[in-house]
Design a protein around this ligand. Structure first.
Ligand SMILES: C[S@@+](CC[C@H](N)C(=O)[O-])C[C@H]1O[C@@H](n2cnc3c(N)ncnc32)[C@H](O)[C@@H]1O
Length: 321
């Protein structure tokens, strides 16, 4: 029931491989405790529902609920909605996206963190089927207006403002805000066109916004003695579309573990890099711990680590970064 992208041989996976059968595909972003997801799955047993949620505690809660209720047509992904949309959903395949009570990020300086921005609506158009839609329900009027404006900027959606369907008012947050006497807002954004890459008048690329590229390995072998201490620059390293930061270095039996934060477009990972003895020399590269996704950004972080090791006199003999 849990989707582990690192273990999938293909991005995006075929719908049949993910769910064991074909069917109308629906994505819910930010499913929280999963009570709405469970109700939706039971009300539409023919639907295939992929949920994305960044909170690990919520994923666990939803996972237990779905298991308890014997629900088989839901897959849960622990991570960002845009990541799921980009890498787990084939282009032109989504019937519906559901967003119930998205985090509103009310402060002006935090608005870039909002999910329903112009860029998201553009990308979404590449994954929705013709006539596919996004349903938004929220208690936050300012975010609601913001989402309407952002979608309108794209010219890719027909938007209808309606009363929220009853089922969308039974989520955990809906019940909380109902008890507080809040008003609810609901809109249906129906795709009428797909975003074209700049300068193009028709869609030539069969996979607009292609999935993130993954790699098998990211390591180097170096000649020299393992240093007694390893001190790495704390300054962020620029990587394509983001940054990497070495947060902490810990000493282990065979060498050092470097807790590394890598932020790329649609993907944020905290992973371990290792500098340790191996049968072929000193290994500097990604640790398998936590099955990280080896992306261009992760490779760039390894390159930065190798550069630092070069600075303390270690010489690269094999470079697989
Ligand atoms: C206010 S809660 C609403 C939860 C649930 N939909 C409900 O109505 O009870 C917002 C949820 O969205 C999740 N979330 C926020 N940003 C997200 C993102 N980019 N991708 C996936 N989940 C996200 C949060 O962890 C949180 O569980």
């Amino acid at each position: 029931m849990l989707v582990r992208p690192a273990l999938l041989p293909l991005w995006p996976p075929r719908v049949k491989d993910l769910f064991g059968r074909e069917g109308p595909l629906v994505l819910e972003v930010g499913f929280g405790d999963g009570r709405f997801t469970a109700e939706l799955a039971k009300a539409h047993p023919e639907w295939l529902i992929l949920g994305a949620e960044v909170s690990a505690a919520s994923v666990l809660r939803a996972y237990r609920r779905l298991k308890r209720e014997g629900i088989g047509n839901v897959r849960l992904y622990h991570g960002q909605g845009p990541f799921a949309l980009r890498n787990l959903v084939p282009p032109g395949s989504l019937r519906r996206v559901i967003v119930n009570f998205p985090d509103p990020w009310p402060k002006k300086r935090h608005q870039a963190k909002r999910l329903l921005r112009e860029d998201f609506f553009r990308k979404l158009s590449t994954r929705l089927v013709e006539g596919g839609d996004l349903l938004l329900t929220t208690d936050h009027e300012e975010y609601f207006r913001f989402a309407l404006e952002e979608a309108a900027k794209t010219g890719l959606y027909r938007v209808e403002v309606r009363d929220p369907p009853e089922a969308h008012l039974r989520t955990k947050y809906a019940l909380k805000w109902k008890a507080a006497g809040r008003t609810f807002f609901h809109a249906v954004f129906t795709k009428v066109a797909v975003a074209l890459p700049e300068g193009q008048t028709r869609l030539a690329d069969p996979t607009p916004w292609p999935p993130i590229r993954r790699y098998e390995v990211a390591h180097a072998l170096l000649r020299g003695e393992l240093p007694k201490e390893l001190t790495l620059a704390k300054a962020p390293v620029a990587i394509p579309g983001g940054v990497a930061v070495f947060l902490e270095v810990a000493r282990g039996e065979e060498g050092f573990y470097v807790l590394t934060h890598v932020e790329e477009e649609d993907l944020t990972q905290d992973l371990l890099l290792e500098v340790r003895r191996s049968a072929h020399g000193l290994y500097a590269g990604v640790s398998r711990f936590g099955s990280p996704l080896i992306t261009e950004g992760v490779k760039e972080a390894v390159r930065a680590l190798v550069r630092e090791l070069g600075g303390v006199g270690l010489e690269v003999v094999q470079d697989h970064t």
